[in-house]
Design a protein around this ligand. Structure first.
Ligand code: PAF
Length: 277
């Protein structure tokens, strides 16, 4: 597995890779969810490229960029074991050199949910992903369903800016108790970790109710609320039952819908979602 840092090194290494190329962008501190995306990419491509870059532009002023978990040696071992061909580990200066002044701002789908709770977050995500796509020039790129709104934003940007690649979405991987895998789970204390599966329980309760015939948005949002209320360590930020493409809240589910929520467990903000179709 080859490792590169600068854009020049990446471009040189990219030239010798067999195509098609599958690309998995990450912020590191990898878990089985990331590796499942690498495996999807390996099945459908001749080469797999992974980037590890903790993108300062997607962290808000009150979100602790310096505390974001990092373990590059472990990440590299996991990627080598998974059969990745090339890993790109750019520095912040490689991605945002002095004088950097161009941002990608996707409208509409960035506004509700995560966009409302984390102003500027999706501008940072869209900008870095556009730059990574331009640099790596993959035929397909892999993202996890856990960040459902991020997927919607990246699909919109890919269409609008004519990136010639396919966006592939991998399923959310879960711990045995239902907690969605996330690098942020490492922030949880033992007690908080015990409380964290409440997100999945809330989504499952609403999904069961939907499957039993309840199609009212209000009723499904209330079903999630009711479960979250029972967990004293959980502080709700939002529950949503929205159109799965536009992410606008629904009164009544007629087609596909996305149930999603954001919850603080102690100081750690967790998100999760489930698609109803
Ligand atoms: O999902 C992530 O890890 C990040 O948002 C991404 C897509 C790598 C952009 O920094």
């Amino acid at each position: 597995m080859k490792q590169v840092v600068s854009l020049e090194e990446l471009r040189a290494a990219r030239k010798s890779l067999a195509e098609p190329i599958g690309f998995v962008p990450t912020m590191g501190f990898l878990h089985a969810g990331h590796i499942s995306l690498v495996e999807l990419a390996k099945k459908a491509n001749a080469s797999v490229v992974v980037s590890i870059f903790v993108n300062p532009a997607q962290f808000g002023p009150n979100e602790d960029l310096s505390a974001y978990p990092r373990d590059i040696p472990k990440d590299l071992k996991m990627l080598a074991d998974a059969g990745v061909d090339l890993v790109w580990l750019p520095t912040p200066d490689d991605v945002y050199p002095p004088g950097f002044a161009t941002w990608v701002s996707v409208e509409g789908v960035t506004e509700p949910l995560e966009g409302a709770s984390r102003p500027g977050h999706f501008r940072g995500v869209a900008t870095v992903v556009a730059k990574l796509f331009n640099a790596v020039q993959p035929q397909s790129a892999y993202f996890g369903q856990k960040d459902a709104q991020q997927v919607a934003v990246i699909k919109q940007m890919t269409r609008d800016l004519n990136f010639p690649l396919e966006i592939v979405v991998g399923p959310t991987l879960r711990e045995p108790d239902g907690l969605a895998m996330s690098s942020r789970n490492s922030y949880l204390s033992a007690e908080e970790r015990q409380a964290a599966p409440v997100l999945h329980r809330a989504l499952s309760a609403a999904k069961t109710s939907y499957e039993a015939g309840e199609h009212s948005g209000d009723a499904l949002r209330a079903a999630m609320h009711d479960v979250l209320k029972q967990e004293p360590l959980a502080r709700l930020q939002y529950v949503s039952c929205a159109d799965s493409l536009t992410l606008q809240e629904l009164n009544q589910i007629e087609n596909d819908a996305l149930l999603s929520l954001a919850v603080f467990i102690g100081k750690t903000r967790l998100i999760d979602n489930v698609l109803l179709s």
